[in-house]
Design a protein around this ligand. Structure first.
Ligand SMILES: [Zn+2]
Length: 306
């Protein structure tokens, strides 16, 4: 009997992507699946300026970079290490701390940290292409955000950051999850987030908080549920999937990263949701994440530090 397809083991991965050339070849086939095409004149022949990962058009002499338009653009880290980072991040569902990754890849911790955030940005960009549909459970939740190393000097160690959590369901099972930081928990900000992440005219279930009535004005069918009735026991099941997501996301962030800074929280939430949303395709983790990384604009270290 044939073995079901599983994610590549370490030996196979090393054999396939152990050289810069092999990684370049793979990236090339993702960027130009129908063969090379000059981005300026459309011509299909090129010289390969191999050492620099550049392809020069034979007609107009335009030099196209293999990594332009990918998270690996202008990187000084070899592609081999990038491929390993993508492999490790896609195959271990607990994620990797920057320290753990820097040790495994023999790179500086700043370099590992930056690579991870670039990969997380690609994960977020990928999920941003999907909009939720069906019966969607929506609620606000509060995450801890550290103010920085050792807390804020003025005494504000952590702050509670409101996050809108959205769980699309079908037949009472969860299909897709999204989380986005809310500037404030008010109707305007909730509308803005739902507008970008949910298709028009869906069904939305929330608790009885009046701010959620805004979804009705947006054209959705609204099912407000009283989670804490004046009498009787709380109805925790009303927003079951949202509650499960929130506790899993908090455990993930605390367990792997020991808490995160507020300005980076969104990318960790994106990483959590990305993994969660692909739980059924765990065996294709590397291919999917490489594709996401090959199709996302990079962010710079300076941008990440803002
Ligand atoms: Zn050209």
């Amino acid at each position: 009997m044939r073995k079901p397809y599983t994610e590549m083991d370490l030996i196979t991965f090393q054999r396939k992507f152990g050289t810069e050339k092999a990684c370049q070849k793979r990236l090339f086939s993702m960027k130009w699946p129908e063969g090379y095409r000059c981005p300026r004149c459309g011509c299909t022949t090129n010289y390969n300026v191999e050492s620099r990962g550049l392809y020069q058009c034979t007609v107009c002499k335009h030099q196209a970079s293999l990594t332009a338009g990918t998270v690996m653009h202008k990187t000084r880290t070899p592609l081999v290490k990038w491929f390993w980072a993508i492999y490790l991040l896609s195959t271990d569902k607990r994620g990797h701390s920057a320290l753990a990754l820097s040790r495994k890849l023999d790179i500086g911790i700043k370099c590992a940290w930056t690579m991870q955030h670039k990969i997380r940005a690609a994960m977020g960009a990928r999920d941003a292409e999907y909009q939720l549909a069906g019966l969607i459970q929506v609620d606000d939740a509060f995450f801890n955000g550290g103010a920085g190393k050792g807390g804020d000097k003025r005494g504000r160690g952590t702050s509670k950051i409101p996050v809108l959590v959205m769980a699309a369901t079908r037949n009472d099972a969860i299909t897709f999850a999204k989380m986005e930081i809310l500037e404030r928990v008010d109707a305007g900000h909730i509308q803005n987030v739902i507008d970008r992440h949910v298709r028009p005219k869906q069904s939305i279930k929330s608790d009885g908080l009046p701010v959620f009535n805004v979804v009705r004005d947006m054209g959705h069918t609204h099912y407000p549920e009283v989670v804490y009735p004046k009498r009787g026991t709380p109805n925790y099941d009303a927003l079951k999937w949202v509650n499960i997501l929130v506790s899993n996301a908090k455990a993930f962030i605390l367990g792997t990263y020991h808490g995160v800074m507020k300005k980076h929280l969104q990318r960790y939430l994106d990483e959590f949701c990305y993994r969660f949303n692909r739980r059924a395709w765990a065996d294709q983790g590397f291919d999917r994440l490489l594709l996401a990384c090959a199709n996302a604009e990079t962010v710079t270290y300076a941008e990440l530090r803002q």
